[in-house]
Write a protein that binds this ligand. Structure first.
Ligand code: PLP
Length: 402
């Protein structure tokens, strides 16, 4: 079940592969995070990259979330979802000139700047328009997030942010650059961070940097501590919103500055499931079989991309002794393994399986490889479901081609 709705009924009606999201779970997760920071001025900027489906971002907008976007295309979706420009921060290690020309005139809450060159490009556009740009400097604190290397962003060798010394210099320079307004310092050290220590260290790093800024730098409006809070993909326990808030607030409180955070995964991940059907079973080793399902790296890239673990469960478990399965997708790549060496109740062709915790970085990272269409997505709310994104068709794909 997803809340009170049968997953089998949804799959029978809409077909598979299929993403199912629980509106109640998204609401509950947003409320828990918001409540955890309630003793301190704060704003939750939902990270669109986790899942930017219009219905979901509208739901979050309605709950009072602000937005964190990583491209002008996410920015456009955010505006269409109802987020005012003044509630949007724009991050991204490679904002093209075209993107900056589009973003600067909008009067965003901040453009999070990733290099001295980018700062100059923003300045030139703002000066030409005679409208100062609000910017935050993204620092690279050289902190190991201890997450998967592909989603760790806080080490000096990672491409993100500006080292502290240069960040301080740039912040000081902004005082003499009338086309720029420095409103915040930003940090984001990685995603799926499962221990509190790197998050607390990054917050302390920001607090120290803010305290060390020369007095010529006017007062900042807030600090932006990015996203990164991990979830328990194995079904165990994760850092709680309260522990997370306490770890960030302790170092930041003395600055007196409001906090912005950019949560993605922790709001959406556990609120979504990918439903797939078994399309084939064949022998693998003496003790295990391949189970081929109709969803793979094209629908959920995380296992192939970072050997990410997602629990996989039969929707209607059959009786009988557990069996050992290698659960693979249909895509023509050996890396298209959704679950390695899983021990599950017996499966048969046609059975439905649920790939859990797929709400974040699931559909958002889908591709059309092998000309596989983007899957249908439904949102369960108040005992019923609505299609929030229909399944892509070959016509949809070919409509871009000539
Ligand atoms: C700058 C920035 N903010 C926020 C996020 C969201 O992170 P998460 O989904 O781990 O909360 C990311 C993702 O990596 C990011 O790069």
């Amino acid at each position: 079940m997803c809340d009170d709705v049968s997953l089998r009924a949804i799959a029978d009606a809409e077909g598979t592969p299929l993403y199912v999201y629980s509106a109640a779970e998204i609401r509950a997760r947003y409320a828990a995070l918001d409540e955890a920071f309630s003793t301190y001025p704060h704003r939750l900027h939902y990270a669109f990259k986790a899942n930017s489906t219009l219905a979901i971002t509208r739901l979050l907008c309605g709950l009072g979330a602000a937005a964190d976007v990583n491209s002008v295309w996410e920015l456009e979706v955010a505006r269409r979802a109802g987020f005012p420009a003044t509630d949007i921060v724009f991050t991204g290690v490679g904002k093209s000139l075209q993107e900056l020309e589009c973003a600067v005139p909008l009067g965003l809450k901040a453009i999070n700047v990733e290099s001295a060159g980018e700062l100059s490009r923003i300045e030139a556009i703002a000066a030409q328009r005679g409208q100062p740009a609000r910017i935050a400097i993204r620092i690279n604190p050289d902190i190991d997030a201890k997450s998967h290397p592909h989603i760790s962003t806080g080490l000096r060798v990672n491409k993100f942010g500006i080292p502290a010394d240069l960040a301080r210099e740039l912040a000081a320079s902004v005082a003499g650059r009338p086309a720029l307004r420095l409103v915040a310092v930003h940090v984001h050290v990685g995603s799926q961070i499962t221990s509190i220590e790197p998050l607390a260290r990054a917050a302390a790093f920001v607090a120290e940097l803010v305290a060390s800024l020369p007095s010529t730098v006017g007062p900042l409006e807030y600090v932006d501590l990015g996203g990164g809070l991990g979830i328990a993909y194995d079904g165990g326990t994760a850092v709680t919103p309260k522990q997370y808030a306490a770890a960030l607030l302790e170092p930041i409180r003395p600055t007196g500055l409001p906090i912005v955070i950019e949560p993605g995964r922790s709001l959406l991940g556990p609120a979504g499931t990918l439903l797939a059907r078994v399309i084939d079973i064949k022998p693998r080793t003496a003790s295990s079989e391949f189970v081929v399902i109709d969803a793979g790296m094209t629908e959920l890239m995380r296992p192939a991309l970072y050997e990410a673990f997602h629990r996989i469960e039969p929707v209607m478990p059959r009786s009988g002794p557990n069996r050992q399965y290698e659960i693979v997708g249909p895509v023509c790549e050996s890396s298209d393994v959704v679950g390695r060496d899983r021990v599950l109740p017996p499966l048969e062709v046609g059975d439905l399986v649920a790939v859990r915790d797929a709400g974040a970085y699931g559909s958002a990272m889908a591709s059309n490889y092998n000309r596989r269409p983007f899957p249908v997505e439904v949102l369960v709310e108040a005992g019923r479901w609505n299609v929030i994104r229909r399944r892509q068709t070959v016509e949809d794909m070919l409509s871009l081609e000539s």
